[in-house]
Design a protein around this ligand. Structure first.
Ligand code: ADP
Ligand code: MN
Ligand code: MN
Ligand code: MN
Ligand code: MN
Length: 359
C-alpha cells in the first residue's frame, strides 16, 4: 500500500466509523503473548460497561501465540481494566486482560498476577510509579523513520527535545498517540524527542500500584495502533542501532508514602541498600538484550554493578537533585530496558523494598 492509498482508505473508513451501532459496544480485548508482544481481538457487548466486573471472561487459541500447547490450547482472558477507545469512540472500550489456563493457574507469561499479589500485600505503603517509555519509529523497511535509506543521519546532538525538519521525525504519530492516551484516561504525563533521531519518549504516571502496568501496556497498544495508521513500525528494542547511537530505556520512578513525606530521603537511602543486594535478580527481569544498551556509555550504568547517586545519569539509580535538596520524594531506577515488562519491573521493586509475599 502506498502512502496515498493509506490516506484515501482512511477517508473512506471515516464514513463507516460514524455509523450508528444500535446501542452495541465494541470491546477490544488486549493481552500479552508468550514473547511479550501485544495481541487483541474484538467482541460485541449489548450494553454499556460501567464496571470491570460486567466484562465477560473470554478465550483464545494459545497455540497460535506461543502461550499453550496445541493439544490443550484454550487460554482464558480475564478482564482487569478498561479504557475508552480513542479510535472507535462512543461507548466502545479497550480491555486489558490477564491470561489464565484451564487448570485454574495463571498462564506462565501472566506477570501481572504475581505483581498484583505483592502489591496487595504492601498496599499500605502506597507505591507510586512513573515510567519513561522510550521507543523508536521505523519505516516499513525496518530502518529508522526518516533516516537516509542506505546511510545514517548526522551524529547525535541536535535531536534531543528538538524542533524542526531534519531534527525530528514523525511528530504526527507522537501527537496522535499523546491525545489518544489522554482520551483513554491513561495518565500520560509528557513526551519528548530523544537523543537518537526517530527515537521518542513518553511518560506514564505517577500511578498507584498495579495501575501503572495496566496503563503502560495499554499505552503501548495505542502506540502500535496509531503508528499502524501512519504506516510506521514501533520498536521497543533496547539498542535498535549498534554503535554510537543511544539505546532505549524504561526508567522507573518510584516512591512510597514514607518517601514522599518529611524525612523521606532516609527511606529512599534504605531502599538503595536493599536494591544493591538484589541487582542480579532485577537485571533478570529488566528486559531482553539490555546488556547491549547498558555499556556504561550513552547515559547508562554498567550492566554488572549496582550504583546510585544524586543527579548522576551514569548510575543504576539516580536521585533527582531537587529530591535531595527537599529531603523527600522519589528515586529513578534507570536500569530497565525499553522492552521490559512494567508488571515485572514494578513488582520486583515492591518485592525487594518491602519483602516477598509469604506462603
Ligand atoms: P527525567 O528527568 O528522568 O527525564 P521525566 O520527567 O521524563 O524524568 O519523568 C519523570 C517521571 O517521574 C514521570 O513519569 C512522573 O510521573 C514520575 N514521578 C514524579 N513524581 C513521582 C513520585 N513521587 N513517585 C513516582 N513517580 C514520580
Ligand atoms: Mn476462530
Ligand atoms: Mn525522561
Ligand atoms: Mn529519556
Ligand atoms: Mn529518566
Amino acid at each position: 500500500m502506498t502512502e496515498s492509498t493509506l490516506i484515501s482508505n482512511y477517508t473512506n473508513l471515516a464514513k463507516y466509523m460514524a455509523l450508528d451501532q444500535k446501542g452495541n459496544v465494541m470491546a477490544e480485548y488486549v493481552w500479552i503473548d508468550g514473547k511479550g508482544a501485544l495481541r487483541c481481538k474484538s467482541r460485541t457487548l449489548t450494553e454499556k460497561v460501567t464496571d470491570v466486573s460486567q466484562l465477560p471472561e473470554w478465550n483464545f487459541d494459545g497455540s497460535s501465540t506461543g502461550q499453550a500447547p496445541g493439544d490443550n490450547s484454550d487460554v482464558y482472558l480475564r478482564p482487569k481494566a478498561y479504557y475508552p477507545d480513542p479510535i472507535r469512540l462512543g461507548d466502545n472500550i479497550m480491555v486489558m486482560c490477564e491470561c489464565w489456563m484451564s487448570d485454574g493457574k495463571p498462564n506462565s507469561f501472566n506477570f501481572r498476577h504475581d505483581a498484583e499479589m505483592v502489591m496487595e500485600a504492601h498496599k499500605g505503603e502506597v507505591y507510586w510509579f512513573g515510567l519513561e517509555q522510550e521507543y523508536t519509529l521505523l519505516g516499513a523497511d525496518g530502518w529508522p523513520y526518516g533516516w537516509p535509506r542506505n546511510g545514517f543521519p548526522g551524529p547525535q546532538g541536535p535531536y534531543y527535545c528538538a524542533v524542526g525538519t531534519g531534527n525530528v521525525m514523525c511528530r504526527d504519530i507522537v501527537e496522535a498517540h499523546y491525545k489518544a492516551c489522554l482520551y483513554a484516561g491513561i495518565q500520560i504525563s509528557g513526551t519528548n524527542a530523544e537523543v537518537m533521531p526517530a527515537q521518542w519518549e513518553y511518560q506514564v504516571g505517577p500511578c498507584e500500584g498495579i495501575k501503572l502496568g495496566d496503563q503502560l501496556w495499554m499505552s503501548r497498544f495505542l502506540l502500535h495502533r496509531v503508528a499502524e495508521e501512519f504506516g510506521a513500525k514501533v520498536t521497543f528494542a533496547p539498542k535498535p542501532i549498534p554503535g554510537d547511537w543511544n539505546g532505549a530505556g524504561l526508567h522507573t520512578n518510584v516512591s512510597t508514602k514514607a518517601m514522599r513525606e518529611e524525612g523521606g530521603l532516609k527511606v529512599i537511602e534504605a531502599a538503595m541498600e536493599k536494591l544493591a543486594g538484589r541487582h542480579k535478580e532485577h537485571m533478570a527481569v529488566y528486559g531482553e538484550g539490555n546488556e547491549s544498551r547498558m555499556t556504561g556509555a550513552h547515559e547508562t550504568a554498567s550492566y554488572d554493578k549496582f550504583t546510585w547517586g544524586v543527579a548522576n545519569r551514569g548510575s543504576s539509580v539516580r536521585i533527582n537533585r531537587a529530591v535531595a535538596v527537599e529531603g523527600k520524594g522519589y528515586f529513578e531506577d534507570r536500569r530497565p530496558a525499553s522492552n521490559a515488562d512494567p508488571y515485572q519491573c514494578t513488582g520486583i521493586i515492591v518485592e525487594t523494598i518491602s519483602g516477598m509475599v509469604e506462603g
